[in-house]
Design a protein around this ligand. Structure first.
Ligand code: SF4
Ligand SMILES: [Zn+2]
Length: 360
């Protein structure tokens, strides 16, 4: 497929320009308040050292907006090294002071893929967390193809009735956008099967398992108003199949990606912050499902942007309202500009299929 070829080529160039990181450089952690299934509570966030997402390292080149793989080692890491770095980060935060905490483990790809995180390392990490005695929720991320009964059995054997959430980057419920504009490589059916398996295991084996969908706001070749519509439609779809939580990820321009190439050619701009607010307000109005709005890159040159006057205020407001799950109520002069773009952005849209035309 054309999009795979382009993504692979751009990814390859990015690898040539940047040295892979050492496992120590990949590992990172921070400790904050976050919205858990049991209200606001302290949450430990940890990036585990991994070789990087198998989808991005493979022939597909990965997703068009993601450069997480460029922050990884690109080579397998032995279990002892992973565990040493995990324990080092664990010891940096005052987690013993809390009655209960939530832990979010990021693998810059799929936590459930044994190639990215060996089973021995996964087992030991989970055993350690459960041994702390105050970890009530463990949140991980995975592509749907690794959501397998065998892996979940292994995990629940260790964590017992601790809540375990698997977040999947569905990005959009529109298969055409996901496959051809994001290069995600899996279908809505694949996602639904993964969610269904988790729901079945909850029923049949009593696992305390939850699912979360990441929804990407404004992929390439999607106009501002289509981006709003698609994100809201995706939320409705997730709610209808019983996904437990949503997290909206508005586009930011990662280096060495297809989205960056479009942006540099003037063919792409991240969404307005107003568009993100329109999405989250509509979802909080219409649906009961907890929904978070990620503010990474907000107000920066490479991220969602409104105007200098309101970028910062809105970012703070969104973070606060993620905890309360309330709507954002705010006005600024730049809103009219946004409205004009939303109303007129499709004026030149053509129904002709997009072809790969050399730009120079
Ligand atoms: S978005 Fe997820 S699946 Fe896609 S390349 Fe990034 S880490 Fe891999
Ligand atoms: Zn403004």
């Amino acid at each position: 497929m054309e999009i795979e070829k382009l993504t692979k080529e751009i990814r390859q160039r990015a690898f040539e320009r940047k040295e892979p990181k050492t496992p120590e450089q990949v590992g990172a952690s921070w400790y904050n308040d976050d919205l858990t299934y049991d209200g606001v509570a302290k949450t430990l966030f940890m990036i585990l050292p991994t070789p990087g997402c198998a989808w991005a390292l493979g022939d597909s080149g990965g997703c068009t907006m993601c450069s997480y793989v460029s922050d990884c080692t690109l080579e397998p890491i032995d279990t002892d090294t992973i565990l040493r770095i995990f324990h080092d980060h664990l010891s940096r935060h005052p987690i013993a002071e809390e009655d209960k905490i939530s832990v979010k483990l990021f693998a810059s790809g799929s936590f459930l893929n044994p190639y990215e995180l060996p089973k021995e390392a996964r087992d030991e990490i989970l055993k350690t967390l459960i041994g702390l005695g105050n970890v009530t929720e463990i949140i991980v991320e995975s592509r749907p193809e690794y959501v397998k009964e065998e892996y979940l059995d292994e995990i629940f054997e260790i964590i017992g009735d601790t809540l375990f959430e698997v977040s999947i980057g569905l990005e959009t419920s529109n298969d055409y956008t996901r496959l051809n504009k994001i290069n995600k490589g899996f279908t809505r059916d694949d996602f639904e099967n993964a969610v269904k398996l988790m729901q079945d295991l909850k029923e049949s084996k009593g696992y305390n398992i939850k699912s979360k969908a990441y929804i990407f706001v404004k992929p390439i070749l999607v106009s501002e108003d289509q981006a709003i519509e698609e994100a809201i439609e995706t939320a409705r779809y997730c709610d209808s199949i019983g996904v437990n939580r949503l997290s909206f990820c508005p586009a930011t321009i990662h280096s060495g990606t297809v989205i960056e190439r479009f942006w540099r050619k003037g063919a792409y701009q991240p969404p307005w912050i107003w568009s993100c607010i329109e999405i989250i307000n509509t979802v909080r109005d219409e649906l009961d499902i907890p929904a978070l709005l990620d503010t990474s890159g907000f107000g920066s040159r490479r991220g969602p942007y409104n105007c200098k006057k309101c970028n910062k205020d809105l970012k703070h407001m969104i973070i606060a309202n993620n905890l309360t799950q309330t709507k954002i109520d705010y006005e600024c002069e730049c809103k009219n500009e946004w409205l004009a773009e939303v109303e007129n952005c499709d004026m030149n849209s053509s129904t002709v299929e997009i072809k790969h035309i050399p730009l120079y």
